[in-house]
Design a protein around this ligand. Structure first.
Ligand code: ADP
Length: 399
């Protein structure tokens, strides 16, 4: 079985073809600048030179056709015909209140994705475009939609309702959905497998710390809380997002800066986080460098980022009345050993959590990074959202 995973943005399309017998990536690539001058396909196959093609891509249909051409090409292709590809898994941002799990695409699923355009204005239209392009270019091939919001759909009412008039939930579906759901499901599941934890009862906290950052609590792999909300703005301090903030700040900014609500939200989404605090960069490596060179606000931004992660861990330990494992993942979580150690050493001593400095040096593969006598197991586990999408797709097409 070979599964193609597609992640469509408004002007981009990322793909991976995965052999599900070995879970190896056979090929992966990216179409950039779709619908804009200078479109380009980059196609990578392990062991051979990258194939690059600059050619006009006026829409996603053209991009999808180019991807299938690249995958079946006699020189840089990896399958002899499209028939060898069994199904396509699509990353979809928002499934609204109705969709609680990954699902085979039919007209109803497409209608739901469309009905959530206002909840995911940047992603859902592009995700639907990708699905429709595949339906046109390879008709009859099963398409599966894997939603970023499904992890959050198992949250109990006390965790997903906002304390605002209930009519807004009923009218508009305003609630906590959470994002990075595919990553939280995958990494919490891998934590249970890798750590030999109880698959029914294990209490796991996953810290997905990348440019976008979120944290989740799950019991037996089922989400009980997650830090992002109606949109990805809530929760942790991120590369450019403020995370939790008093909503009255929006009103204050609008009144004093003479900007609209949309402009104020743009400040909170794109100009805040460690970028806004430090004035240096949204990239954590740049902020760390600046802090080391004596930039005070860069140091404060990193301190605040780590403090917020620790506060959420504390909240989720309380929410679950305990914790068996805490796992770090994504760009910062996987690569920044200092941040992992800082959080555990400065804030988690009361849990009896202890980091092992040697084990914490790990790069690129799952590892236990706590000491043998640590009361909570701490892991670093690389996330792999494409593999998670491919596994769900396989499960659904095999029935
Ligand atoms: P996203 O998928 O949200 O774009 P990633 O999970 O790819 O984000 O994470 C990207 C972030 O990881 C960047 O800000 C980058 O600086 C950070 N990062 C990568 N390696 C390191 C490292 N060694 N130390 C600190 N931060 C790192």
């Amino acid at each position: 079985m070979k599964i193609l995973v597609i992640n469509c943005g408004s002007s981009s399309l990322k793909y991976q073809l995965i052999d599900m017998d070995t879970e190896a990536v056979l090929a992966k690539g990216l179409c950039e600048r779709i619908g804009i001058a200078g479109s380009k396909l980059t196609h990578k196959v392990p062991g051979i030179e990258d194939f690059e093609l600059e050619t006009p891509m006026e829409n996603h249909d053209v991009a999808v056709k180019l991807v299938f051409d690249a995958l079946t090409d006699k020189d840089h292709g990896v399958v002899s015909s499209v028939d060898e590809i069994n199904a396509i898994g699509h990353r979809v941002l928002h499934g609204g209140k109705e969709i609680t799990q990954s699902t085979v695409v039919d007209q109803h699923v497409k209608d739901v994705i469309r009905s959530c355009f206002d909840l995911g204005p940047l992603h859902n239209p592009a995700n639907l475009t990708g699905i429709e392009a595949c339906e046109k270019i390879v008709p009859g091939k099963p398409n599966v939609a894997v939603f970023d919001t499904t992890f959050g759909m198992s949250l109990p009412e006390k965790a997903f309702y906002y304390a605002i008039p209930t009519e807004y939930y009923e009218k508009y579906g305003i609630r906590r959905y959470g994002f990075h759901g595919t990553s939280h499901t995958f990494v919490s599941g891998e934590t249970i497998k890798f750590g030999h934890l109880d698959p029914e009862k294990a209490k796991v906290i996953v810290c997905h710390l990348g440019n976008g950052a979120s944290i989740s609590a799950s019991i037996g792999g089922k989400g009980v809380d997650t830090s992002m909300g109606l949109t990805p703005l809530e929760g942790l301090i991120m590369g450019t997002r403020s995370g939790d903030i008093d909503p009255a700040v929006v009103q204050f900014l609008c009144n004093h800066e003479h900007i609209t609500v949309d402009e104020a939200l743009n400040v909170l989404n794109k100009k805040s986080g460690v970028l806004g605090m430090s004035g240096v960069s949204s990239d954590f490596r740049d902020v760390e460098k600046a802090a080391k060179e004596g930039n005070h606000m860069a140091a404060v931004a990193l301190d605040a980022f780590r403090y917020r992660v620790a506060k959420y861990i504390g909240a989720y330990v309380a929410a679950m009345n305990g914790v068996d494992a805490i796992t770090f993942t994504a760009g910062v979580g996987e690569n920044d050993a200092y941040t992992r150690a800082f959080i555990v050493e400065n804030y988690l001593g009361y849990l009896g959590a202890k980091i092992d400095p040697e084990r914490n040096k790990v790069r690129g593969k799952a590892a236990l990074i706590s000491t043998d006598d640590s009361k909570v197991k701490i892991f670093m586990i690389p996330t792999n959202e494409e593999l998670a999408i491919a596994r769900d797709t396989l499960r659904l097409v095999q029935g």
